[in-house]
Design a protein around this ligand. Structure first.
Ligand SMILES: Nc1nc2c(ncn2[C@@H]2O[C@H](COP(=O)(O)OP(=O)(O)OP(=O)(O)O)[C@@H](O)[C@H]2O)c(=O)[nH]1
Length: 332
């Protein structure tokens, strides 16, 4: 069975709306990437050294990341040799297949670690402006729709307006926000929030945190303190530490991930604004070079536009058209 058929089979048991969300959200990346790939195939026709050099540039310009691209190109060269592929058209499905392999390390690890019973505490970290507040709102909405009792903790007491912004989302989604005055100790807010969550028998507590990166030592200290307070109240919490990264910032997002990774144990990444960039290859760089699973992607500004990351949907969203063309060409 062809790779495309296998891919289609994989996504058939998911709802069409998820497939559409990924396809729509990846429009910018697809248009740029697929356009360049089509030109490449047209211009070169034959798979040779120059072809691979051009392909390398295309992948790097989509923010796939230099190390990942190098490995990928080596793999593709081997594959072209062993499968005896010389026509550029025939290598296209192999490219998508290899990208899928890179992403598909383990589907299980993208699922959130939720408690079967009792409170799940999720700490949200990331620099200002990446869409952390919006992501907390979207996650709260998702949990509410699943019938869960959700509470928010306004742990960003540093940035002016952060508490109010979280309250706006709280109202929009219909969940309460536990807060203190601006400038107060975020660890104290967490303590209050955990008490409130436990007495209200909440299922999920989503904790906002401050995102200043200018001073790494302060950031580390603050995150450590916040985590310590949470762990003192609930020993196995926080159950997830989700780092929010803005896909449109490209390699900057990679360096933020490294900094936060040093400051705290990040269990997963939420990649926002994937719909707003032509450089959606960043998903591959993160997955391959950081070894932290991408758990969610932001594919729009609306409440329903946060999607659990699915490697098969991502690859389908990017390559369905190319793969279909290749399939038709092979059949004729
Ligand atoms: N297109 C698109 N826009 C998004 C996405 N996530 C967030 N945004 C937008 O990005 C902007 C910034 O998001 P906010 O949540 O307000 O982030 P912020 O207040 O700047 O900073 P933090 O909350 O500290 O991250 C808003 O206009 C959001 O609507 C997404 O996945 N796609």
């Amino acid at each position: 069975m062809s790779f495309f058929k296998k891919l289609k089979e994989k996504i058939t048991n998911q709802t069409d709306s998820v497939t559409d969300k990924f396809k729509d959200g990846l429009t910018k990346t697809r248009d740029s990437f697929v356009g360049k790939m089509n030109d490449l195939v047209k211009n070169y026709r034959k798979v040779d050294e120059e072809f691979f050099e051009e392909l390398e540039d295309i992948l790097i310009s989509a923010d796939v990341g230099v190390h990942t691209v190098m490995e990928l190109i080596d793999d593709l060269k081997d594959e072209a040799r062993t499968r005896n592929i010389s026509d550029a058209v025939d290598i296209q499905p192999v490219i998508s297949e290899k990208l899928a392999e890179l992403l598909q390390k383990s589907e299980d690890e993208t699922a959130l670690k939720m408690k079967d019973a009792g409170l799940t505490v999720i700490l949200m970290v990331g620099v200002n402006g990446v869409g952390k507040t919006t992501t907390i709102g979207k996650l709260a909405h998702k949990f509410k729709q699943e019938g869960k009792n959700v509470l928010l903790a306004a742990g960003d007491t540093f940035r002016a307006g952060a508490i109010e912004q979280l309250e706006v989302w709280g109202e929009r989604v219909g969940v309460d926000v536990i807060k203190q005055q601006a400038g107060s100790d975020p660890a104290a807010v967490m303590f209050d929030a955990i008490q409130a969550a436990q007495s209200r028998k909440a299922d999920v507590l989503l904790c906002d945190t401050a995102g200043r990166l200018q001073n790494k030592v302060n950031l580390m200290k603050e995150l450590e303190k916040v985590k310590r307070v949470i762990t003192r109240e609930i020993p196995d919490a926080p159950h997830e530490v989700l780092l929010v990264l803005d896909a449109t910032t490209g390699q900057n997002a990679m360096s933020q991930a490294k900094t936060f990774g040093e400051a705290t144990d990040v269990s997963g990444i939420v990649l926002t604004k994937l719909d707003g960039t032509a450089k959606g290859g960043i998903v591959l760089a993160i997955r391959h070079e950081l070894d932290i699973p991408v758990k969610f992607v932001g594919l729009g500004e609306g409440m329903d536009d946060l999607q659990e990351f699915r490697a098969d949907q991502y690859v389908h969203g990017l390559f369905a058209d190319i793969l279909e063309q290749a399939e038709e060409a092979a059949e004729n």
